[in-house]
Design a protein. Structure first.
Length: 461
């Protein structure tokens, strides 16, 4: 889509000029633009309370009221909320853990780092193209519709007609199916292994665990479908839920981090800290809405300031509680070398556990590799990049053109990487499979099974 906006239909200079024009309108002009007759009659620029519903006129809290700046009060608050919430999704989401555990150590380290870099192309490229285009073209998208995630399809439909709508629909379908599948498997694995096998049937066979997993997937799918309907009925759109995410799950981040990296961390303290942090976050969130607006409602609870307070209380309070509990109340001296002894395989199935997966030196090398590069990338994306954009204040045409160029390069780089790298890495396995299929078709000896990858068992001499 970024090539459609900035190469095929418009240019960076045109979008820049349109955005400048958008913020130049007065309130009266905006009312006339967003009205039924162009003269302010039945205007829908503001609601009954005088709050802006449309992207028109100067942006409150932004440098010179411009969209073309990183100096934005609301942008800073959203950025912090986004960091807390996404820390929570990565640390608390079981699907991330399962993928990392299933992969080879070297592949997991490099794959997650590369995956993060490629994933960043989604918000970066889409926001630079479809997000800015909706404001530059002043499409009649109100704040509620934008919060529901309707900006991309609206812009795509405006630029490409039904073809654009179809492309967005396909993209969303692929993303939702992928995410939904991962989450369903993650929840089913948690219940099947950590509840059913741990407390109900410790001697469960693989077949029994698979049966429980399938039942849970169906029930979880039904529950999430009904839950999404409830959220929609009570008026909680996608943007509201996204901001609220960190309030609910942010309190688990630091306790989990401590449990993985700190030998003095208390398991009991982690549970206490996570739940205490959640209670404090919800309380602070509700109190913040009451103080700021004098009432508690969906609208007052969804402001950036209130959401920011809840997110920060969640992640910081739980970290403080866990540190104090582990340091002064229940200090531990856990030996991480004993961790493997407490991992019990189903039916002692060692398939996939080759020599590399059990090589302690290889694990240490992978940890060292990802730690250094992970910290560096985090530092660059969270601090260096935004700070380097501050001296520019409001972007010039050339600066904005450079920004768009980086966005296009990042998007194409990510697309090329995720399309061809898996094929390159798996070319030997793909070749063996096709050779086996060819032998089967031509009637030669052997079949595809003869060409499957053989993983040596660690029990073999």
């Amino acid at each position: 889509m970024i090539t459609i906006v900035y190469i095929k239909v418009y240019s960076s200079n045109q979008i820049y000029a349109f955005l400048d024009q958008t913020v130049s309108y007065s309130e009266e002009q905006c009312k006339n633009i967003y009205s039924s007759d162009g003269q302010g009659t039945d205007q829908f620029f503001q609601d009954a309370d005088g709050n802006k519903l449309m992207a028109c006129g100067p942006v409150s809290g932004n440098a010179q009221g411009s969209y073309l700046t990183m100096l934005s009060a609301d942008g800073l608050m959203f950025g912090i909320i986004n960091i807390v919430g996404n820390f929570g999704t990565v640390f608390v989401d079981q699907s991330y853990w399962q993928s990392a555990i299933a992969a080879r150590p070297s592949s997991a380290a490099k794959g997650y780092l590369l995956g993060g870099i490629c994933w960043f192309a989604i918000p970066f490229s889409l926001a630079t193209s479809l997000g800015l285009a909706s404001t530059a073209l002043m499409l009649p998208i109100n704040s509620g519709e934008a919060g529901s995630g309707l900006v991309p399809p609206a812009v795509a439909d405006h630029l490409l007609g039904q073809a654009g709508s179809a492309l967005i629909l396909i993209m969303l379908f692929m993303a939702i199916v992928s995410t939904g599948s991962a989450e369903s498997i993650a929840v089913s694995s948690l219940i099947a292994y950590d509840i059913y096998r741990e407390y109900i049937n410790p001697d469960a066979t693989g077949e029994q665990i698979l049966k429980v997993s399938r039942i849970v997937i169906v029930l979880f799918g039904i529950f999430m479908g009904l839950f999404s309907i409830v959220l929609n009925v009570i008026g909680l759109n996608l943007g509201w839920v996204y901001l609220f995410m960190g309030v609910v799950i942010g309190s688990a981040v630091i306790p989990l981090w401590n449990m993985m990296t700190w030998d003095k961390a208390s398991g009991k303290g982690a549970v206490i800290a996570a739940w205490s942090g959640l209670i404090l976050a919800i309380s602070g969130w509700l109190i913040g809405a009451r103080i700021q607006s004098g009432s508690i409602s969906v609208a007052t609870l969804g402001t950036n300031e209130v959401m920011l307070s809840g997110n920060l209380i969640a992640i910081l309070s739980s970290g403080f509680i866990h540190y104090v509990y582990s340091k002064f109340i229940d200090p531990q001296d856990f030996d991480f070398a004993t961790l493997d002894a407490n991992i019990h395989l189903v039916e002692q199935d060692l398939s996939g556990l080759g020599v590399e997966q059990q090589d302690k030196d290889e694990l240490r090398r992978a940890k060292r590799w990802i730690t250094r590069r992970g910290y560096l990338l985090t530092f660059v994306l969270i601090l260096v990049w935004p700070l380097l954009s501050i001296p520019a204040q409001v972007f010039s045409e050339s600066y904005f053109a450079f920004w768009v160029l980086i966005s296009i390069a990042w998007g194409f780089g990510a697309a090329i990487t995720i399309s061809f790298l898996p094929l390159i890495e798996s070319q030997d396995e793909i070749g063996r499979v096709f050779s086996g299929m060819l032998n089967y078709i031509t009637g030669k000896e052997g079949d595809a099974g003869d060409y499957a990858e053989v993983i040596p068992s660690p029990l073999e001499g």
